[in-house]
Design a protein around this ligand. Structure first.
Ligand code: ARG
Length: 462
């Protein structure tokens, strides 16, 4: 229950019975919204500065309130602040303490404001900082990937479709797919900043206020671009929470796909990479084991980020417009998703920095499964004016022949090839070379070494 300095609840003049202790327990959000203390104090300071500029409160009261709020901020930072769950949330805890420090004039802090607009203002500010922090972390991981890619331009591995050998690629080209994914994530988070830039402060409970407030002043001073347009929509809107949760879901889905693939490559069946001992764990019974637990953590956490998105969508679906207590859950959900994503990005970064490609294994696997068959079909089209569908049939006959003879394509003799397609000449043998195969894919976005080098330079510049 929220009390003023005389230890009376703020709404005790209307509500006579004491709130049940169970309701206090489940209804308080203090341990969750504590995180918002900085934003809350900044918001209140700017609010009273505006109240003074608009001649709603005196210079003296403004200064007293600001003095109290600064003192409270120091107390919280120094862990000297006494939280009380009876006061429901961080906003009321701060207000209650303000009464203790400066007396009844503390009450002016809430003129022309409600907790409804106060909470969303704080929350939008927090979400803006979190969004920027996520993008910094994404920048870091992109840098890591570019570094590893630079070292692996000529590392050749099989590219798979349906998990079957498809065509040879550079390991760097493969890694650069992660750069594309994380760059899209960054853009998605960045775009969210637009709706986060509208300031809710001053819409009060739901209607606006009769005070002559200056919402442009508070918006600008708190780092927003402009005030929101409709007071009722403002207190009910949680689209910015959904945008954030969706962006987290997509980014963690990317991380999960990468994790799943690395788990496969690290399996004894593939053995294409070796994970560092820093990111594996042992088994309690099988002494030989090194399990990729951290990658599995990355995969599983996506379940929670999706769940959080769906929790919020579900909370909102039946709510009439304006504020309801249901909305209080938005913070726990968003904070959790944010924490998960930051941890996942940092862990993936650690996994990648320490990962070793098993280059010989990659090459050996690429050298199986007739992986250069498409190169042969392309060669027939380019060098012997054969339509692609016909070239495909000829190549299939050559693969069948090699399979029967238990030979790789690069082990076939020109005489054997000529029996199937008489037009073939000795230079065809070059197309079975894996390096040539990778390097031939010079089309924009393809896996040739030059393309990859250029792409790495391009991303390093941004
Ligand atoms: N802790 C609440 C929340 O975060 C504060 C909003 C209170 N507003 C109200 N009308 N009860 O949603």
């Amino acid at each position: 229950m929220v009390k003023n300095k005389n230890n009376k609840t703020i709404w005790s003049s209307r509500i006579k019975n004491k709130t049940s202790s169970l309701f206090q327990k489940v209804g308080n959000s203090l341990n969750i919204d504590k995180k918002l203390f900085k934003e809350d104090i900044a918001g209140s300071i700017v609010h009273v500065e505006m109240l003074f500029r608009q001649k709603i409160i005196s210079f003296k009261i403004k200064n007293k309130i600001i003095y109290g709020l600064n003192k409270i901020e120091k107390e919280i930072i120094k862990n000297e602040f006494e939280y009380n769950i009876e006061y429901e949330d961080i906003h009321m805890n701060i207000e209650k303490r303000l009464f203790q420090i400066i007396g009844d004039e503390a009450g002016y802090v809430h003129a022309a404001r409600s907790r409804n607009d106060q909470v969303i203002t704080d929350f939008k500010m927090w979400t803006t900082s979190a969004t920027k922090e996520i993008n910094k972390n994404l920048d870091n991981i992109i840098k890591t990937i570019l570094k590893i890619s630079e070292k692996n331009i000529e590392t050749i591995m099989p590219g798979f479709t349906h998990l079957k050998n498809a065509q040879a690629v550079s390991f760097a080209h493969y890694l650069m797919t992660y750069v594309e994914m994380f760059t899209r994530d960054k853009k998605r988070f960045f775009n969210n900043l637009d709706s986060l830039s509208e300031c809710p402060l001053g819409v009060a409970a739901l209607t606006g206020t009769p005070f002559n407030i200056d919402r442009n002043f508070t918006a600008k001073k708190l780092g927003f671009k402009k005030p929101t347009n409709n007071s009722i929509d403002t207190v009910s809107d949680r689209d910015f929470v959904l945008d954030f949760l969706y962006s987290v879901s997509v980014c963690s889905m990317h991380i999960s796909r990468i994790a799943e693939e690395l788990i496969l490559w690290n399996s004894d069946g593939f053995n294409l990479i070796t994970l560092s001992d820093k990111v594996v764990t042992g088994s309690s019974i099988m002494p030989q084991k090194k399990n990729p637990d951290l990658l599995e953590f990355l995969r599983s956490k996506t379940g929670t980020t999706y769940g959080n998105l769906f929790s919020m969508l579900t909370i909102l679906k039946g709510l009439p417009i304006s504020y309801f207590k249901d909305l209080q859950d938005d913070k726990e959900i968003l904070f959790k998703s944010n924490e998960i994503l930051i941890n996942c990005i940092i862990i993936l970064n650690e996994v990648l920095v320490n990962l070793k490609p098993n280059k010989q294994k990659m090459l050996d696997l690429a050298d199986s499964g007739y992986i250069t068959a498409t190169d042969l079909a392309d060669y027939l089209v380019k060098n012997h004016s054969i339509p692609f569908r016909k070239a495909y049939q000829i190549t299939a006959s050559i693969v069948n022949f090699a399979e029967k003879k238990k030979k790789k394509l690069n082990e076939l003799k020109i005489e054997e090839l000529k029996k199937i397609e008489p037009k073939l000449t000795i230079d065809v043998l070059k197309v079975f070379n894996l390096k040539n195969s990778v390097n031939s894919k010079k089309s924009y976005g393809g896996t040739s070494f030059d393309n990859i080098k250029k792409m790495i330079i391009k991303y390093k510049k941004t």
